[in-house]
Design a protein around this ligand. Structure first.
Ligand SMILES: [Zn+2]
Length: 256
């Protein structure tokens, strides 16, 4: 067991915050929190402290849960703070697409993603939902980098077959296959993911043994769950017209 001592602020239920002024976070060797200790209410004998392999004393500082970033474009860290002069669609054309296109180069992708993920962690983001680029090789590098530092994350490959320049676009069929391959790659990373793939295989066979639609993970998910997997995010009003032309089955979520 290990202990970090300091002022602990955490949520014990939805809408409820607890502040332990002279607190301690007790965690095991796997990093799992076992207890929040209150030094003002509980005994602090030398025997108590002796049970910990490591004691980090941060009294006078705050200990808070890690931040969760629900929408984050990992490659765009490269040009953070620039291009604030343009509305979204023009900004994408001038800054974002040329930068994201560079992630076709694996060396550049690794360099940029290492910087991006380290910066996120340094700012306290311990869980993030990352968007990458259209390149499978770079998406896999992003997964590797996240695994190396032990951050928790969702990673999504960008699928883009329209509204972007010639140098940063993918063929619909090929892009779909790449997306499926990436889902497979991510699921193979963990035991839970592998189990999910196995279950999917079994269920898909039962649902439709001779259905060609069951040939790949995304198609299987679609077949088994009976739902589409595409989602379009409409970020700003001036983006609505470009999403309006999409097939009616594609669902939209507005974050405006
Ligand atoms: Zn976004």
């Amino acid at each position: 067991m290990r202990l970090i001592r300091g002022t602990v602020i955490h949520s014990i239920a939805f809408g409820e915050i607890q502040l332990v002024e002279d607190g301690g976070l007790v965690y095991d060797n796997n990093g799992t929190i076992q207890q929040i200790y209150d030094f003002s209410k509980q005994a602090t004998s030398p025997e108590f402290l002796a049970q910990f392999k490591q004691v980090d004393d941060f009294r006078g500082k705050l200990i808070i849960p890690g931040f969760v970033d629900a929408h984050c474009h990992a490659p765009q860290y490269v040009f953070t703070g620039t291009g604030m002069d343009l509305p979204l669609l023009e900004w994408l054309q001038k800054y974002t697409f040329p930068c994201e296109a560079k992630f076709a180069n694996e060396e550049f992708a690794r360099f940029a993603y290492e910087k991006s993920i380290q910066r996120h962690l340094k700012c306290g983001t311990t869980f993030a939902s990352y968007f990458a680029t259209i390149h499978n090789s770079a998406c896999k590098i992003l997964v590797e980098v996240i695994n190396q530092v032990g951050q928790r994350a969702f990673v999504g490959k960008v699928s883009m077959d329209r509204n972007s320049p010639d140098f940063y676009i993918e063929d619909t069929q090929e892009g779909g296959e790449q997306a499926e391959e990436f889902v497979q790659f991510v699921l193979q990373q963990t035991e839970t993911g592998k189990k999910f793939l196995e279950d999917l295989e079994l269920v898909a066979k039962k649902v439709s043994p001779a259905n060609e639609e069951c040939g790949s993970p995304l198609k299987k998910i679609r077949t088994v769950s009976g739902s589409d997997v595409e989602t379009t995010i409409v970020v700003k009003n001036n983006n609505c017209s470009s999403s309006a032309g999409l097939p009616p089955k594609v669902r939209s979520v507005s974050l405006d």
